[in-house]
Design a protein around this ligand. Structure first.
Ligand code: ARG
Length: 463
């Protein structure tokens, strides 16, 4: 026998470096609080069902409460010899109250224990992520209202396409973050399931009361198959997948902010708090934080791919491979929460160069579709209208004349249907405000969507 908690059938003590490789205590101590919480609920049930004497349950409960205090005071000392948070806690409890501590592990295995800890850990944190998303959405909607009529170029293929408003642009991201919010909300349901009671893999012979434990820990549901209970990491994968998609959204917008703060675009300027200077070039104002968010996206994608790969060929039920689930989940949680906070601050703090944005729509031929639509409403088949306007654009590019600056006679030469009322339709403002189809960029639409989105945000708070 060795001095490990599972050392009965062992004769040789492992070297420290071997223990260190197998240990998870370096990172799973982040679940220390949840581990104690799970143990407290378990021992309460063991006492109440009479599986262990109530007096022993009371001693264990007192010991666990003491460990909770020591943990909060930062006084607990963990070792790699005790491998993980579960065995470390058991060793500490034994040191505290003696061999009666050994009764805590009745009808329990580390396999259902670690699954319970991780479910609890994520269950406690998902609301924070949702709240951070809501805060970002609140800033987006507030700014969408403020910039509902701020004209800017809309792009496809990074080429000027049609004018839109900055408010409309911001609401596109509101929609993406709303889907993110809903995905995390859904994952909350898949996290809110209690594995404890599955024991090692097959259930237990003791007359446990899993419903009571679930109630005690605030779980909404129970796993109904013990093999699934200990080997399911779908909730973690969902979390990572949601996070990867969220980072994709943040990264795309970060990229636009980086681009738009260049000398060439100059549509926006990031606040001083969210920029850095150069150690050699005194004029520099670098968008480091937006770049970091873009960069961290790779790390979150990596976490998802890592865990998917770890899980891909694991036979039922528990295998030690699954110890690799925690680091990517912990790291991703820190990364997305940090990125959301920084992004929200950065967005609140940026200056929009409205004049510059609007100017960028005036000589870029982004009103070509307006002229084609104008001709189509005068009965010219759209294909033909497209060709007529295409030729006018070519002429305009050559002579450096925008469509709205061409004399009526020149326009009429191309299409006699054109009348003087055309000029009113060739402004960016008209182009924007004529797009009143549901979801279109018209100012009235944007304001309607803002009102709808404010209701969505209010509903988040009621969750
Ligand atoms: N540290 C382990 C993990 O994180 C806990 C479960 C260990 N179970 C076992 N049968 N070795 O996965």
């Amino acid at each position: 026998m060795t001095d490990k908690l599972w050392g009965g059938r062992f004769t040789e003590k492992a070297a420290h470096w071997v223990d260190a490789f197998g240990a998870s205590i370096g990172f799973d101590q982040q679940m220390a609080k949840e581990d104690l919480e799970g143990s407290l609920a378990h021992v309460k049930m063991l006492g109440q069902t009479g599986i262990i004497p109530q007096a022993d349950a009371d001693k264990i409960t007192a010991g666990l409460h003491h460990l909770q205090k020591e943990l909060a005071a930062g006084k607990l000392h963990f070792t790699v010899e005790n491998e993980d948070i579960h065995l470390n806690m058991e060793a500490l409890l034994t040191a505290e109250i003696g061999p009666v501590a050994g009764k805590l592990h009745t009808a329990r295995s580390r396999n259902d224990q670690v699954a319970t800890d991780l479910h609890l850990w994520l269950k406690h944190r998902l609301p924070e992520i949702k709240e951070a998303l809501t805060n970002l959405q609140t800033v987006l909607v507030g700014q969408a209202r403020a910039y509902a009529d701020t004209i800017m170029p809309g792009y496809t293929h990074m080429q000027h396409a049609q004018p839109i408003t900055y408010g409309h642009y911001l609401l596109a991201y509101f929609e993406m973050f709303q889907r993110d919010w809903e995905r995390f909300d859904f994952t909350q349901k898949h996290t809110d399931i209690l594995p404890l009671g599955a024991a090692a893999l097959a259930g237990t012979t003791f007359p446990i009361d899993r419903t009571q434990v679930a109630k005690e820990l605030g779980f909404d549901q129970l796993y109904h198959n013990s093999l699934d209970a200990v080997s399911d990491r779908d909730f973690g994968l969902e979390f990572l997948s949601n996070s990867a998609i969220l980072m994709q959204h943040l990264s795309r917008m970060a990229e636009e902010l980086i681009l738009w703060s260049t000398f060439e675009f100059n549509y926006i300027e990031l606040g001083d708090d969210f920029s850095t200077g150069s150690s050699i070039m005194p004029q520099k104002k670098n968008p480091d934080f937006a770049e970091l968010i873009r960069g961290k996206t790779g790390r979150v994608y990596g976490a998802l791919m890592g865990l998917l790969t770890t899980m891909k060929a694991i036979p039922l039920a528990y295998n030690k491979d699954m110890q690799e689930d925690k680091e990517p989940i912990f790291d991703t949680y820190n990364t997305i929460l940090g990125s959301l906070h920084i992004f929200t601050g950065m967005l609140s703090d940026l200056t929009v160069h409205e004049k510059r944005m609007a100017e960028a729509t005036t000589h870029d031929f982004s009103n070509a579709t307006e002229l084609a639509d104008y001709l189509a409403t005068k009965g010219v088949p759209f294909r033909q209208a497209h060709a007529i306007v295409g030729e006018l654009v070519l002429k305009g590019i050559k002579s450096g004349t925008a469509l709205q600056d061409m004399p009526l006679s020149e326009l009429q030469q191309a299409a006699p249907q054109i009348e003087s009322d055309v000029y009113a339709e060739l402004t960016a403002k008209a182009a924007v405000n004529r797009r009143t189809s549901l979801g279109g960029t018209a100012v009235s639409n944007v304001l309607k969507e803002v009102a709808r989105d404010e209701k969505i945000i209010a509903a988040h708070a009621k969750e």
